[in-house]
Design a protein around this ligand. Structure first.
Ligand SMILES: Nc1nc2c(c(=O)[nH]1)N[C@H]1C(S)=C(S)[C@@H](COP(=O)(O)O)O[C@H]1N2
Ligand SMILES: [Mo]
Length: 257
């Protein structure tokens, strides 16, 4: 085959994968659980990520909005009230005993109360949340910059991903929600662990007391009910190995918008 024919075939393949990527956005559990579909997603994903990073500068910010753009209603999705007893106990005293743990490949494993988190460098941003199921909503988020936290504990050489472990399981007794970012997204200016939403303490529906905001990716990356942050070299030992609760069920790991 001549090089130019090979190229056009590859371009055709790219189109096809993009179309499949778009079909994922309509969200369908049965489809996303098929292993054939998961394989297609895996191949499409590297492409989405490479394309996004080629066309947007490394540190590009996601769009920020004005106060007036905020949605009057911001839905809750997935878990909206964790039933786990340890979470319920913390919630019953308005999270006064909550501590965020940070461990794994860090120099100084630590834990932080909400007051301590509030005293660290913060960021406030009004951004749009895009859920894979097809809805979007705009809210104002304030939280500690993940970069500031990582600076506190010191990232060990060899650490490549930040894993966020949550309190909730979507089904009773099921696997707990978790998500992961690479260090580039973890250190991004808009990546925060938010404790306020629209100038109020984050409500339980939307992830109290602390949720991730990672604004250049789809909503399922924005883990709610964060319990623990872990620095790791590889993702294959976490959950079922794909780097997130929904990734383990076929969604893309890099969910660039
Ligand atoms: N811990 C946890 N985080 C989660 C989820 C969840 O079920 N549990 N759902 C995800 C999905 S799919 C979306 S769209 C958003 C929903 O956030 P919201 O409830 O604030 O709208 O949270 C994400 N983070
Ligand atoms: Mo979502």
């Amino acid at each position: 085959m001549t090089p130019s024919r090979r190229l056009s075939r590859r371009q055709f393949g790219t189109r096809g994968l993009q179309l499949l990527g778009v079909s994922l956005l309509t969200g369908c559990d049965a489809l996303s659980q098929s292993s054939w579909f998961a394989g297609v997603l895996e191949r499409a994903e590297g492409l989405t990520r490479a394309v996004q990073r080629a066309i947007t500068p490394r540190l590009a910010l996601a769009r920020e909005f004005a106060e007036a753009d905020r949605s009057r209603v911001f839905p809750g999705n997935g878990t909206v009230d964790p039933s786990e007893p340890d979470y319920q106990a913390l919630a019953s005293t308005r999270f006064s005993a909550y501590r965020l743990e940070i461990g794994g490949l860090v120099e100084r494993p630590a834990s932080f109360s909400l007051a301590e988190l509030r005293s660290l460098p913060s960021r406030t941003q009004i951004t749009r949340h895009d859920c894979v199921e097809g809805w979007s909503a705009i809210a104002k988020w304030k939280g500690v910059r993940l970069a500031a936290l990582l600076e506190r504990v010191g990232v060990k050489p060899g650490a490549r991903y930040v894993v966020v472990h949550c309190f909730d399981a979507l089904r009773e007794g099921g696997e707990k929600y978790y998500e992961s970012l690479d260090l580039e997204d973890a250190l991004h200016e808009q990546t925060i662990l938010a404790y306020d939403m629209n100038d109020q303490a984050l409500p339980v529906t939307n992830g109290a007391p602390l949720r991730l905001r990672v604004e250049r990716q789809l909503g399922y990356k924005a883990a709610k009910y964060v319990r623990r942050v872990e620095l790791v070299e590889r993702l294959d030992g976490i959950g079922q190995g794909k780097g997130g609760y929904w990734e383990d069920r076929g969604y893309e790991w890099y969910a660039g918008i």
